[in-house]
Design a protein around this ligand. Structure first.
Ligand code: NAP
Length: 163
């Protein structure tokens, strides 16, 4: 199972249920990586999308405790157990955990590949991802050249779980 996330220097990922910054080439990378795949997200992340709607051309699975939740086309699951049952239907390589904090925290240990866009800045934030550089079970296996978007500097990294 994969995860995909954009973090800043403090591994911050969001503020006020929104992203910290929008970088077109990172959004393109996200789209190209997840298109045709299965994306797993928390209810708050789904509601951060335009129109609070699922992502096109992907199987969307949303976690919420609300049993009457209208996912607007997303598959709705009400617990981690229910999610695990649902995910048995798909090839693990085709599943991408896409956030937010609560979902990353619960699902990190189920993943073996992490696509991490690291943005060289420290934003004001209220949502975070676990710092993989402080963990000895994850290591960087690929990285990109320096990328820029106006004065924002960032890199694409691939981490793999090694234990
Ligand atoms: N930088 C990035 O790559 C990136 C990616 C995604 C999101 N984000 C950011 O992350 C922030 C959102 O993160 P978040 O932690 O606040 O929200 P979240 O993880 O998107 O969603 C949390 C919600 O998911 C549901 N949930 C979580 N665990 C569950 C479980 N075990 N069973 C059933 N439902 C469960 C609950 O919904 P109910 O309250 O409905 O029960 C919970 O309130 C935003 O700022 C967003 O922009 C950043």
């Amino acid at each position: 199972m994969n995860l995909i996330v954009a973090v800043d220097n403090n591994w911050a990922i969001g503020k006020n249920n929104d992203l910290l910054v929008r970088i077109p080439d990172d959004q393109k990378f996200f789209r190209e990586t997840t298109i045709g795949k299965v994306v797993v997200m928390g209810r708050k992340t789904l509601e951060s999308f335009p129109g609070k709607k699922p992502l096109r051309d992907r199987v969307n699975i949303v976690l919420t405790h609300d049993k009457d939740y209208d996912g607007k086309g997303a598959i709705v699951v009400n617990s981690m157990e229910e999610l695990k049952e649902e995910l048995k239907k798909y090839n693990s390589d085709d599943i991408f955990v896409i956030g937010g904090q609560k979902i990353y925290e619960q699902m990190l240990d189920m993943c073996d590949i992490a696509h991490v866009t690291k943005i060289d800045y420290e934003y004001d934030a209220d949502a975070y991802f676990p710092n993989l550089d402080e963990r000895d079970d994850w290591k960087i296996v690929a990285d990109s050249d320096e990328q820029t978007y106006f004065d924002v500097i960032y890199h694409f990294y691939m981490y793999k779980k090694i234990k």
